[in-house]
Design a protein around this ligand. Sequence first.
Ligand SMILES: Cc1cc2nc3c(=O)[nH]c(=O)nc-3n(C[C@H](O)[C@H](O)[C@H](O)COP(=O)(O)O)c2cc1C
Length: 348
Amino acid sequence: MAPGRPATALAPMQDVTDLPFMRVIHHYGDPDYYFTEYFRVHAHSRLEPHILRSITENKTGRPVFAQMIGESIPELVKTARELRRHPVAGIDLNMGCPAPKIYKKHCGGGLLRDPARIDRVLGALREAIPGRFTVKMRIGFDSTDTFPALLDLIDKHGIDLLSLHARTVRQGYRGEAHYDYVRLAVERLSCPVLANGNILSADRALRVAAETGCHGLMIGRHAIRNPWIFRQIREAFGGAPVFRPTLGDVRGYVERLYHTTRTGACPEQLHVNKMKKYLNFLGQGVDPEGKFLYEMRRTRTEADLFTVCDRHLLTAPETPFADEPYDGVIARPNCEGPATETAAVSNR
Ligand SMILES: Cc1cc2nc3c(=O)[nH]c(=O)nc-3n(C[C@H](O)[C@H](O)[C@H](O)COP(=O)(O)O)c2cc1C
């Protein structure tokens, strides 16, 4: 990492941050750190080969942290030991996943309701991991009352890096991120802290870094929308002119995504559906009415998909791609829309 500027990290994202996606991000400008999507840990789990590939075949030249999620302490310890046989930069524990089927067990975001259990989990893993042991968590489950106690546990167990998604588990992906809790963590902890949640742009990264004093910025959905974001952040912090992609550049990104993330045997329609998951985010920067999203979501074939892309991205290819999502253009209405679904664009 360059001295004098905050670090950057690609956030772990299930079904997104696999080896092909990391290759795409590498092309546009690497973050300083990568994190794998989570390895699920349970009694019969084995390291999932497609996630493992993002470690063992990773040619980005950047450190890769392996994330785990699970309930059973002995199984977590066993999995951490297995992961350490591979070239990982560290082992990361997920304490933030808001999916009900996860948090209803004592894992992911559900752990935040039970500090005594966190104490046991972190204690056992710390003992088993001589190298870097990192945690990704939220600021609380349904309130932030226990946040100071959570930070004390992070310190007590000598965690090497904390990635903090500045929302509660109950908030899911909705609403503002509360960066004042990132500042609190930075002030209280001896380990470095990555600020996470709605780092939309290089401008937002500059602001959050200045407000919180964080070690770095972890970016998820906004790197799917804008794969140039890590480069832009480096340029902004270095005082260099910041690259501004055009809609024509975005068309090139769609093409690269399509071909890099398609595995040989994947049927066309299935791959088109997979592309929609990425394009849901990308579409937030294409047009303020969400017309691209509306049309893209209705395509079924590769030819249809690229016809829609060409119409929206190549009619005026020099048009700047919006730096931040257009207001009211929502990527995943069920997850990110307002709690009461009133936004016109999200319902189309
Ligand atoms: C599709 C998707 C999958 C995710 N999967 C994971 C995961 O496997 N592990 C994890 O810790 N967080 C996961 N997250 C949460 C992100 O890492 C990140 O904390 C969250 O999206 C907020 O950051 P952002 O505003 O930069 O996207 C996921 C988020 C999304 C959108």
